[in-house]
Design a binder for this molecule. Structure first.
Ligand code: GTQ
Length: 348
């Protein structure tokens, strides 16, 4: 790239600019960068700070009027874009007893990870799934869904959606259902019984890209981590990190977002790690730190239960757990893998 402005070239750029053209050589190194250009930055939303605002939102607007009463977790570098990391949307949704969030469907896929409360449900295509803290719930692309609350006290969950990816591809569609609720057509637990036992009904040809199990209960996943932890089979970078799977094809539970539950035993210090996927974390149990360190620059986020934080792509980081910790996370890794683009680096 030329160091000093060259008047002939500048004049040329203006002339071709009038014809909607631009010189590649001025931008080639930004465009074909040596390493990823990540816009989002590491950031943590402390639940003690967030919760009062979330509860206040409950006095200002009903779930029905809002359609979805959500405070979007916007990355500081991406304000106004409804993005939590470059490729993913995340928000905290509040529903109060007796409320309904009316039925709609959209091409972006959604996941819910339950933060607090009990006895609210998500109904997917007419089957209710009741939600408890730590449960991982899926709303597949284009599936009718509504939320309701049959319990007491506020219910809060993390929404994770692939909205930025679907927008980028220009494939966003959405529609509202005529009634608040899609008609019930299966009892709660129907699909979990059908597909959630490493079995399937003989002759069943379910082949959609999203897992038919739309509830992965925390009690089961937590027990799995506990048993794995007992074997002390720790990965140096991840502790114990399990991926939620689609039971019929063995792939990830969702086609556009990879989803994980991870245990970091008390005192665990991971080695450095980075990967090209962009991730959002929800802390379920315990406390600790994540240390980002690159080219001598270091920053630390301290997390505890119910906090949320970002790990943007290609940010080198390590984890430290002060007490037994469990982290849920989701990322765009599966999209990058399908396109042959995903890379990781273990160690520094
Ligand atoms: O629950 O359907 O956070 O459609 C953003 C968009 C939640 C939902 C969000 C949505 C939903």
């Amino acid at each position: 790239m030329p160091e000093t402005p060259n008047p002939d070239r500048t004049a040329f750029y203006e002339r071709i600019g009038e014809h909607q053209m631009a010189p590649l050589w001025e931008v080639i190194h930004k465009l074909v960068a040596k390493t990823p250009i990540t816009k989002s930055v590491p950031f943590l939303w402390d639940y003690e700070t967030v919760r009062p605002f979330l509860m206040e939102s409950g006095t200002l607007i009903s779930a029905k009027e809002a359609e979805r009463r959500v405070l979007v977790l916007e990355n500081p570098t991406l304000r106004g874009e409804s993005r939590t990391v470059d490729t993913l949307y995340a928000g905290l949704q509040l529903i109060l007893p007796g409320e309904v969030a009316p039925a709609h469907r959209h091409t972006p896929s959604a996941l819910r990870f339950i933060v607090e409360g009990s006895r609210a449900y998500t109904a997917v295509n007419g089957e209710k799934t009741y939600m408890e803290p730590g449960d991982f719930i899926i709303t597949p692309s284009w599936a009718w869904h509504d939320h309701g609350h049959e319990g007491d006290g506020p219910m809060v969950w993390l929404d994770g959606l692939d909205i930025p990816i679907v927008h980028f591809l220009g494939s966003t569609f959405a529609e509202s259902y005529a009634d608040d609720q899609f008609p019930t057509n299966a009892p709660p637990g129907y699909t979990l019984a059908r597909y959630g036992q490493n079995m399937k009904p003989v002759g069943d040809t379910y082949d959609a890209p999203t897992s038919p199990i739309f509830s992965y209960p925390y009690a089961r996943a937590r027990e799995t981590l506990r048993r794995m932890q007992d074997t002390q089979d720790l990965d140096a970078c991840f502790g114990i990190k399990m991926e939620y799977l689609h039971p019929l094809n063995g792939g990830p539970a969702m086609p556009t977002m990879s989803t994980y539950l991870q245990a970091l035993p008390s005192g665990f210090r991971s080695t450095d790690y980075r990967a090209t996927d962009h991730a959002v974390y929800s802390v379920v149990e315990g406390s600790g730190m994540i240390v980002f360190e690159d080219e001598g620059k270091q920053s630390t986020l301290s997390w505890k239960a119910k906090d949320h934080f970002t790990v943007p792509g290609w940010y080198r980081h390590r984890f430290e757990a002060d007490e037994d910790a469990v982290l849920f996370s989701f990322s765009d890794r599966i999209v990058q893998e399908k396109l042959g683009l995903w890379r990781e680096q273990r160690g520094s």
